[in-house]
Design a protein around this ligand. Structure first.
Ligand SMILES: Nc1ncnc2c1ncn2[C@@H]1O[C@H](COP(=O)(O)OP(=O)(O)OP(=O)(O)O)[C@@H](O)[C@H]1O
Length: 588
């Protein structure tokens, strides 16, 4: 159904990030305490070297060591609390965005089929694990680096200068690296996504791949993309290796400088021997978090890219505006001057369609392949938004309807049957929770499936496999029909519902359509076969995205065909030679 478009501004992701940030503040505070406690070690070393060794007091050694161990325990406690806070922040983030992302992924894949869905769910995992990762810890620590540098200055001005110079060197290395890697990183990401998408579509069509020996050609094509992705990853790996080497050098050089300066000051009696050791430790601690944060930079970039992709996804499929609940529709469907196409496409596929379908009316849509039959159904369902004109149900534009509420009154059998991994009952009931036996059995009976389902190994509880793999093509189509007839569908839309049906199945379908009509439902179907078309009150001929003809069945068909007589005495028609848009003349 038609999601209400909102201006591209804040998404649920941004709101979740703000909430997540709030959860970060306590973690940040705990980080400060944890980092301050780190400074116990240099102080301890200084006391030991300068005092304990000088006075040779075992008691002082024991007291100082005991105290330091207690403080180390406190440090461990802070680390423990911080880890828990971050894990909770990650879970909170996930909980806030998982439903909107799943919704966006689902809607996006009906509009632009591909594997963007799998990628988005992986991105969600990536962002959540980033929040709880050692990278997030390093970043939290890095925030306090200025405080440690200030402490280093307080300890000794020269030690502070060395620490500051080291920090500046590390940050400069990181910035240079970021500037050099950013482009390659983006390219590597896009290449990996292209390969993912290719694998996703190929794996869906493995029968054709294997049966027609397309595997080597596909392997060749996959490899080309894969090799490019691997090369780019290797390039990033190389640069990351250089970065780490440069970082290590900067850190060692800074430490050596700190010791050298400390020793020089010690020679001039401005610093004690313990002070020299402590100075090296203070500088090490001040640089540690920056170095860790810089080393984890690729993870940060990957998480940032994932956030951007998720944000773009949520902007493409914005949340619905809450709308007022409307009463059960009667099923009047009106398309007024509708121009539409797949989301994002420049050219219109439906080019100005004006039709109205009434409750209790059966409309058959015919026309040449590519004429726009499926597309007009997609527009009527709101799967494709109207670029101009309007689509109304009972006079209210699709946007005025609550999508979920309206969907209950819609039964749809798509051209490519989509069933979901679960039981027969779950699929008929559209995965309603809890499942109610009565409407499920009613839908099965309406479509003549009840007995066939009972004959399955587990009856209604039979697992049908991914996309109904465990069922025959005809059974899949009939199950999809039962799902469409589940509940109280006011609008029944069937896109070539008989393409996989045998004669018996087709008879059932004709009966289902007749019953739906008798119950006052609006039935719209596309077909290439005559038997089903005979049930239509009206015929819409779609050609080149336009409604070429719309009116009572016989009137419309007469424009394209000349009467003929067939064995079963059905009023059947044949194509005329001059006007052949409707391939409905193929015999069923
Ligand atoms: N997702 C899409 N993206 C771009 N173009 C599309 C998309 N879906 C359909 N089209 C184009 O819209 C036109 C109408 O397609 P549509 O599937 O509606 O035809 P149809 O009449 O149902 O054909 P058929 O009888 O073969 O199913 C075609 O030219 C098709 O290429």
């Amino acid at each position: 159904m038609n999601p209400q478009q909102q201006p591209k501004k804040k998404t649920e992701l941004d709101e979740a990030l703000v909430k997540c940030r709030e959860a970060f503040y306590p973690a940040l505070a705990v980080s400060l305490f944890a980092n301050l406690l780190l400074f116990i070690a240099p102080l301890y070393v200084m006391q030991i070297v300068d005092r304990v060794l000088a006075i040779k007091s075992v008691d002082t050694l024991m007291v100082l060591s005991g105290l330091t161990i207690v403080l180390a325990l406190l440090l461990a406690f802070f680390e423990f609390v911080r880890a828990r806070l971050l894990v909770r922040a990650g879970v909170k983030f996930d909980m806030l965005v998982d439903a909107p992302i799943f919704r966006a992924v689902t809607l996006m894949s009906t509009r632009a089929p591909g594997v963007a869905g799998a990628q988005a769910l992986r991105d969600l995992d990536r962002v959540r694990s980033f929040i709880t990762s050692s990278t997030a810890f390093a970043l939290l620590d890095a925030v306090w680096v200025p405080v440690f540098l200030a402490l280093a200055f307080a300890f000794n001005a020269w030690v502070g200068v060395v620490g500051l110079a080291g920090a500046i060197a590390v940050v400069a290395i990181a910035i240079t690296n970021d500037m050099r890697t950013k482009k390659t990183f983006g390219e590597a990401n896009r290449a990996a996504l292209r390969v993912d998408s290719f694998v996703g579509t190929s794996l869906r069509n493995t029968d054709a791949l294997e049966a027609m020996g397309m595997l080597p050609a596909m392997l060749h094509r996959w490899r080309a993309g894969h090799v490019q992705a691997v090369k780019l990853q290797a390039e990033i790996g190389d640069r990351s290796g250089t970065l780490n080497a440069a970082l290590r050098f900067a850190r060692y050089a800074t430490l050596v400088l700190a010791v050298a300066i400390g020793t020089y000051l010690s020679i001039r009696n401005e610093l004690s021997s313990g002070g020299v050791l402590a100075a090296a430790m203070v500088v090490g601690f001040a640089l540690g978090p920056i170095e860790a944060a810089v080393a984890q930079w690729p993870q940060l970039l990957a998480a940032r890219a994932a956030v951007e992709r998720l944000r773009a996804l949520l902007q493409a499929v914005p949340a619905e505006r809450p709308v007022m609940q409307l009463p059960r529709p009667h099923g009047v469907v009106t398309l007024s001057n509708v121009i539409a196409g797949p989301p994002g496409a420049r050219a219109a596929v439906i080019k100005g369609v004006n039709v109205q379908f009434q409750p209790g009316e059966v409309v058959g849509i015919i026309g040449p392949s590519g004429g726009g039959k499926t597309s007009v159904l997609r527009v009527a369902l709101g799967l494709w938004p109207a670029a101009s004109g309007s689509v109304r149900i009972d006079g209210a534009e699709l946007g005025q309807w609550d999508t979920e509420a309206l969907s209950k009154y819609v039964g749809y059998v798509p051209q490519e049957i989509e069933l979901f991994d679960g039981t027969v009952a779950e699929n008929i009931a559209r995965f309603a929770d809890p499942l109610e036996a009565e409407p499920i059995i009613l839908a099965a009976r309406r479509t003549g499936l009840h007995e066939a389902i009972l004959a399955l190994p587990d009856g209604y509880n039979t697992q049908i496999g991914i996309n109904g793999a465990a069922l025959s093509g005809g059974m899949r189509q009939r199950l999809a029909l039962a799902r469409a007839m589940y509940g109280d569908p006011v609008l029944v839309i069937l896109d070539e519902p008989n393409s996989s049906l045998d004669a018996e199945g087709e008879n059932v379908l004709v009966q289902v359509v007749a019953n739906a009509k008798a119950e006052g439902r609006t039935v719209i179907f596309t077909t290439h076969r005559l038997q089903l078309l005979a049930t239509a009150d009206k015929v819409l001929v779609m050609n080149n995205g336009m409604a070429e003809a719309f009116g009572p069945r016989d009137e419309v068909l007469a424009r394209y065909t000349r009467p003929t007589v067939v064995a079963n005495n059905q009023p059947v028609t044949q194509q005329t030679e001059d006007a052949p848009p409707a391939d409905a003349a193929e015999s069923g």
